[in-house]
Design a protein around this ligand. Structure first.
Ligand code: 5GP
Length: 163
C-alpha cells in the first residue's frame, strides 16, 4: 500500500476549486484571505482568485524540519503582519494541511484577537489535528507530497555561481 498521498498539479487545480466552492456554499465571503507561508501561499492565492477576494495576506510560520520532524512548537517568523489591519474584518486562513493542527491553531488564535470572524480552509485534514478546519478538501493520515515541494530544487545549469 502507498505510504504517501500524492497531490499532482492537475488534481491540485480541482482541489482548490472544490475547496473554494465549499466556502462559497457556506455563505462565508471573507474580506481577507490569509495564507500561511510557505505551504499555504499557493492554495491561498488560488482560493482568493476563486472567491474574487483581492485582499491576500500572509503569515510566516516555521514548524516542520523534515518529513514528520518538527520544532517543539510552531513559531511566527518576520516580517510580522500588522494585526490592526484585520480589525473587525472576516478572515479565511488557508494552509496546505492541518496535520498536528498547531500551525493553524496558532494563526487562527492570533488573528481572532483582532478580526471580526476567522475561519480556516485546508486542502488536507489529518485525524490528529487539534483544530478542525472549517473547510477541508480531503482527509488522510499519510504524509502528503505536494506538487510545489516534492521536486528537486532548481539550480543553474550553466555552472556559473553568483553573477
Ligand atoms: P501542522 O502544524 O498542522 O502539524 O503542520 C504545519 C505545516 O507542516 C503544514 O502547513 C505543512 O507545510 C507541513 N506539513 C505537515 N504535514 C505535512 C505533510 O504530510 N506533507 C507535507 N509536504 N507537509 C506537511
Amino acid at each position: 500500500m502507498d505510504d504517501r498521498e500524492i497531490l499532482t498539479w492537475h488534481t491540485y487545480g480541482t482541489a482548490v476549486r472544490e475547496l473554494a466552492q465549499s466556502v462559497a456554499d457556506s455563505g462565508f465571503a471573507p474580506d481577507i484571505v490569509l495564507g500561511i507561508a510557505r505551504g499555504g501561499l499557493i492554495p491561498a492565492g488560488s482560493v482568493a482568485y476563486a472567491l474574487d477576494c483581492k485582499n491576500l495576506f500572509t503569515m510566516n510560520v516555521e514548524f516542520y524540519t523534515g518529513v514528520g520532524t518538527t520544532r517543539d512548537e510552531p513559531t511566527l517568523l518576520p516580517p510580522f503582519l500588522d494585526l490592526a489591519e484585520l480589525n473587525d474584518l472576516s478572515v479565511l486562513v488557508v494552509d496546505d494541511v492541518a496535520d498536528s493542527g498547531k500551525t493553524l491553531e496558532l494563526v487562527a488564535r492570533v488573528c481572532s484577537e483582532h478580526a471580526g470572524e476567522v475561519r480556516s480552509a485546508v486542502i488536507y485534514e489529518k485525524p490528529r489535528t487539534i483544530l478542525a478546519p472549517d473547510y477541508a478538501w480531503r482527509r488522510t493520515d499519510k504524509w502528503i507530497n505536494f506538487p510545489w515541494s516534492s521536486e528537486p530544487v532548481i539550480t543553474s545549469r550553466t555552472g556559473v555561481l553568483d553573477a
